[in-house]
Design a protein around this ligand. Structure first.
Ligand code: TEU
Ligand code: CA
Length: 561
C-alpha cells in the first residue's frame, strides 16, 4: 500500500465550545485553541480536527451552519481562524475542519430564499414537497432527534421540507448539480486557506432513496429508523467521487468520513487506494448493542464484545485501507465510563483501554480530555441536559414505561453532554476552562482529574498517552506500529484482548487484561523488551505472563522464534 503523509501521525479532536475560553464568556473559542497549541504540540499529536466553528444558531451545537464562509462570533473571527492556521503550521500541526454538507441551518440564506420562493433556484437546493393537512406524509422516516423527517415549510401552509436531523437542519438536495458545485467551491476555498482536510459529517445520508416510500414501523410512533432508507439507497459513492475529484484530490487533503451503515462492497470505494476519503471512523465499538427501540434498550458492553468488534473491523479493512480508531467523540459517552464496568474505572483500566485502542492498526484519534481520562458527568434532572438527542431519548424512555429516575440513568449513560463538559485544565474554579460561567457545567471531579496534576505525575493517564504517542513516532517501531499487520492472539481467552503487530522484521505483542481479576496468558515467544507497562510489575516465567487486573503491556518479541 502506498504510504500517505497522514498515516503515521496521531490525531486529536477539539470540541471548541468546551476546550478553552479565552475571554470569560463561558464559551470555548478560537483564541482559546491558539493559546493551547503549544499544549497540543507537547502532547505530540499532529492532526487536529476542530468541530464546527462556522456561523450557526447552535441548534445542534454548530452542526447547523448558517454561513460556511463565516466564523460564528461566539467562537471568534476569520482573523482568529487565519492566525490559528498560521500558528498551527509553525508548530507542524495540521488543522482539519468539520465538513457538514448533508444539511445546513434553516437560518442559512439558501433556506431563507427557498422559503420565499420554493419553486425557484434555492427551492431546488432542498427537498420540498407539496402537502395538505390530512394527507399522508411522503414517507414515514424518523429524524435522528425524534419525530418525522418532514416539517412544514415556514410561510407555506401547503409545503413541507425534509430534515434527517433536527428541523433546524434542512437536508441539502445533492441531486441538484448546482448545489453540488456550490459545495465544492466552498471546500476549495477552505483548502486554499490552508486547512489540511476535513472530517466529513453524516455523509452517508446525502443519498436518499427516491421516490419516497414507507418502511415497516419499528416503534409505536409508526415511523422507521433512517437505516431502512439508507440500506435501500444506492449511489452515494458517485456523489462522493465527484466531490473528491473536484476538491480533496487536488490538494492531497486528509479526509475522515463519518460513515455509518455503508454497504460491504462500498468499503474499498470509501477508503481503498482510490477511495473517496483518506479514512473513515471505526464505529463498530461505539455501536455495540445499539437497539432500534432507543438508548433505554441498550445493554452494557462486555470486554468480549469490545474485543470482537475491534477484531472484526481490523479484519474487514486489513487489505483495503486505514480506519480512524476512537474510544469516544463528541457524540459518545466517555470511553472509560462506557467500556469499563461501573466501579472499576481505575487508573490502570483507563490506560489499558486507551492502549488497546491506540495500538490497533489505523489512525489513533483522541478526543479532548481522553488523554487525562475524563469521565461521564452525571445530571440529576433532564433540565440540566443540553443535548437535543438526550432530551429526545429521555422522552422515548418515559414512553416505554421507565420512571423518571430510570430514564435519567439512561440519559447519564449515553448523553452527548458527557463528552461535552469543559476540558479539565487545572484545579482552579471551573477547572481553569473559563473565568466566567461555563456554558455546560464542569465535571465535579476536576479537582482530582485535571491536566496540571497529571503532568506532574509520572504515572498519570496523560503521561501514559504521551508514551504511546512517542512510541508511534519512534523510528525503531514506527513502521511496525503504523503499517504492520494486526493478528489477534489468543482471541478465545476470555477477557483477554491481545494481538500482534507484525512487520518490518519485528513482532510486538499488545496485551490487555480486560477484567478486575488476575489472569495468566501464555507467551508465544521469548520477550526481548517490555516497551510499555501500565502497572509496573511484570511477572513473566515459564513462558507465561501473570497479568494484574487491567494490566496492559506492549512486548517486543524475539523475532527469530
Ligand atoms: O452525527 C451523525 C450521526 O449519524 C450521529 O447522530 C450518529 O447516528 C450517532 O452518533 C450514533 O451514535 C453527526 C455529528 O457528529 C453530530 O454531532 C450531529 O448532531 C449530526 O451529525 C448532525 O450534523
Ligand atoms: Ca469565549
Amino acid at each position: 500500500m502506498l504510504q500517505k503523509w497522514w498515516q503515521s501521525k496521531t490525531a486529536y479532536q477539539i470540541y471548541p465550545k468546551s476546550f478553552y475560553d479565552s475571554n470569560g464568556d463561558g464559551i470555548g473559542d478560537l483564541r482559546g485553541i491558539i493559546e493551547k497549541l503549544d499544549y497540543l504540540k507537547e502532547l505530540g499529536v499532529e492532526i487536529v480536527w476542530i468541530s464546527p466553528v462556522y456561523c450557526s444558531p447552535l441548534a445542534d451545537q454548530g452542526y447547523d451552519i448558517s454561513d460556511y464562509y463565516g466564523i460564528d462570533p461566539r467562537f471568534g473571527t476569520m482573523d482568529d481562524m487565519d492566525e490559528l492556521l498560521q500558528e498551527a503550521k509553525k508548530r507542524g500541526l495540521h488543522i482539519v475542519m468539520d465538513l457538514v454538507v448533508n444539511h445546513c441551518s434553516d437560518e442559512h440564506v439558501w433556506f431563507q430564499e427557498a422559503c420565499k420562493d420554493p419553486d425557484g433556484k434555492f427551492g431546488r437546493y432542498f427537498y420540498i414537497e407539496d402537502w395538505h393537512e390530512g394527507d399522508p406524509l411522503p414517507c414515514n422516516w424518523r429524524s435522528a432527534f425524534g419525530g418525522s423527517v418532514w416539517s412544514r415549510l415556514p410561510g407555506h401552509e401547503d409545503k413541507i421540507y425534509l430534515h434527517i436531523f433536527h428541523r433546524k437542519q434542512p437536508d441539502l438536495n445533492w441531486e441538484n448539480p448546482e448545489l453540488r458545485q456550490e459545495i465544492y467551491r466552498m471546500i476549495n476555498w477552505w483548502l486554499e486557506k490552508g486547512v489540511s482536510g476535513f472530517r466529513v459529517d453524516a455523509i452517508i445520508n446525502i443519498k436518499k432513496k427516491l421516490p419516497y416510500r414507507n418502511y415497516p414501523a419499528d416503534r409505536e410512533d409508526g415511523l422507521c429508523s433512517i437505516e431502512c432508507m439508507l440500506a435501500d439507497a444506492e449511489g452515494v459513492i458517485d456523489f462522493l467521487d465527484e466531490m473528491a475529484e473536484n476538491t480533496f484530490r487536488k490538494y492531497d487533503a486528509f479526509t475522515a468520513g463519518e460513515v455509518f451503515h455503508e454497504k460491504e462492497h462500498e468499503l474499498p470505494l470509501f477508503i481503498g487506494e482510490h477511495g473517496v476519503f483518506s479514512s473513515m471512523f471505526d464505529f463498530a465499538e461505539t455501536t455495540i448493542n445499539t437497539n432500534p427501540l432507543g438508548w433505554y434498550a441498550v445493554q452494557p458492553v462486555t470486554a468480549e464484545q469490545y474485543k470482537q468488534a475491534c477484531f472484526f473491523s481490523q479484519r474487514r479493512v486489513k487489505d483495503v485501507g486505514f480506519l480512524c480508531n476512537i474510544i469516544e467523540n463528541h457524540d459518545e459517552p466517555r470511553g472509560v465510563s462506557h467500556y469499563i464496568p461501573d466501579g472499576q474505572c481505575t487508573l490502570a483500566a483507563k490506560k489499558m483501554l486507551g492502549g488497546l485502542n491506540f495500538m490497533l492498526r489505523g489512525l489513533p484519534f483522541l478526543f479532548q480530555g481522553q488523554e487525562i481520562g475524563m469521565e461521564n458527568r452525571r445530571c440529576s434532572s433532564i433540565e440540566e441536559v443540553d443535548d437535543i438527542s438526550a432530551r429526545d431519548e429521555y422522552q422515548v424512555a418515559l414512553n416505554a414505561g421507565l420512571t423518571k429516575e430510570e430514564a435519567m440513568d439512561v440519559v447519564n449513560r449515553f448523553s452527548r453532554d458527557n463528552a461535552r463538559s469543559p476540558f479539565q485544565w487545572d484545579s482552579t474554579p471551573n477547572a481553569g476552562f473559563s473565568s466566567g460561567t461555563p456554558w455546560l457545567p464542569v465535571n465535579a471531579n476536576y479537582t482530582r482529574i485535571n491536566l496540571e496534576a497529571q503532568k506532574k505525575d509520572p504515572d498519570s493517564v496523560w503521561n501514559f498517552y504521551r508514551a504511546l504517542i512517542e512510541l508511534r513516532k519512534d523510528p525503531k517501531y514506527r513502521d511496525t506500529i503504523v503499517f504492520g499487520d494486526l493478528i489477534p492472539y489468543l482471541p478465545e481467552q476470555k477477557n483477554l484482548m491481545s494481538y500482534f503487530r507484525e512487520g518490518s522484521g519485528q513482532r510486538l505483542l499488545v496485551i490487555g487484561n480486560f477484567q478486575a481479576e488476575i489472569q495468566t496468558a501464555a507467551l508465544p515467544a521469548p520477550v526481548e523488551e517490555v516497551l510499555l507497562n501500565n502497572i509496573g510489575d511484570c511477572e513473566m516465567k515459564d513462558g507465561a505472563v501473570r497479568l494484574q487486573p487491567w494490566q496492559f503491556l506492549i512486548l517486543k518479541l524475539n523475532s527469530n522464534s
